[in-house]
Design a protein around this ligand. Structure first.
Ligand code: C5P
Length: 228
């Protein structure tokens, strides 16, 4: 008997720790991990600046050239674009801003939503983004919405960048985060907001391990898989 995939959604604003948490959660639960922000970032990089202004027919052709797939599970999950793993080249603030711009285009959201839903039909997932619980997987059995103050999020971003040997000014990071939040919360389609049935978690004063323990407990409560 085949079981219906168990979908766990994590939504929230930039820099809240979704990527780290989703990856850890997927590893503990032995599920595949889908970073939908990485799909928007990768597509933004492939299409280049100004893509959101292309005529629809042209944009459709351009987008159709890029096929996303998900392989493996836990920390070994790999997201590929045209069979090449999506790498760290997408992890810059410039690419994030480009992603946020193309994320306002209905055609792009539709195409990526279809790809995401088809991944969720094949396997159980921990998936993170902005509209996972509201639009892409409204039937998901376990939904989270993570939040933290913009100051805390900017500080976390700065630490991530420093770990990769990059320097960034805190005030500049906070301004970029506020601008991206504004764009993501106020766009006409699939704006960032918690699903009505999402479990809200403010991570401002919590360490990653504390949030993770809380998420695992809630997954158990929702009837999800038990940690390994
Ligand atoms: O999560 P991440 O910061 O990598 O996302 C980059 C951008 O992609 C976001 O600022 C947002 O505009 C867009 N995005 C989205 N919907 C998603 C995931 C990301 O609109 N599900």
């Amino acid at each position: 008997m085949t079981q219906t995939p168990f979908i766990i959604t994590l939504d929230g604003p930039a820099g809240v720790g979704k990527t780290t948490l989703a990856r850890c959660l997927a590893q503990r639960l032995g599920l595949a991990y889908l970073d939908t922000g990485a799909m928007f970032r990768c597509l933004a990089l492939k299409l280049g600046s100004g893509a959101e202004k292309l005529p629809e027919a042209e944009l459709r052709l351009q987008c159709a050239r890029w096929i996303f797939r998900l392989n493996g599970s836990g920390e070994k999950t790999v997201l590929t674009c045209n069979d090449i793993p999506v790498g760290n080249e997408i992890r810059t603030e410039e690419v994030a801003m480009l992603a946020s711009r193309i994320a306002t285009v209905p055609l792009i959201r539709d195409m990526l939503r279809e790809a995401q839903q088809s991944m969720g039909r094949c396997s159980s997932l921990v998936t993170e983004g902005r509209d996972m619980g509201t639009v892409v997987f409204p039937e998901a059995r376990c939904k989270f919405f993570l939040d933290a103050s913009p100051e805390v999020r900017a500080l976390r971003r700065q630490r991530d960048l420093e770990k990769r040997g990059e320097k960034a000014d805190l005030a500049t990071l906070a301004a970029l985060i506020r601008q991206r939040d504004h764009q993501d919360r106020n766009r006409a389609i699939a704006p960032l907001r918690p699903a009505d049935d999402a479990h809200l978690v403010d991570t401002s004063s919590l360490e990653i391990e504390e949030v993770l323990a809380h998420l695992l407990e809630h997954v158990r409560h929702c009837g999800g898989p038990l940690p390994r």
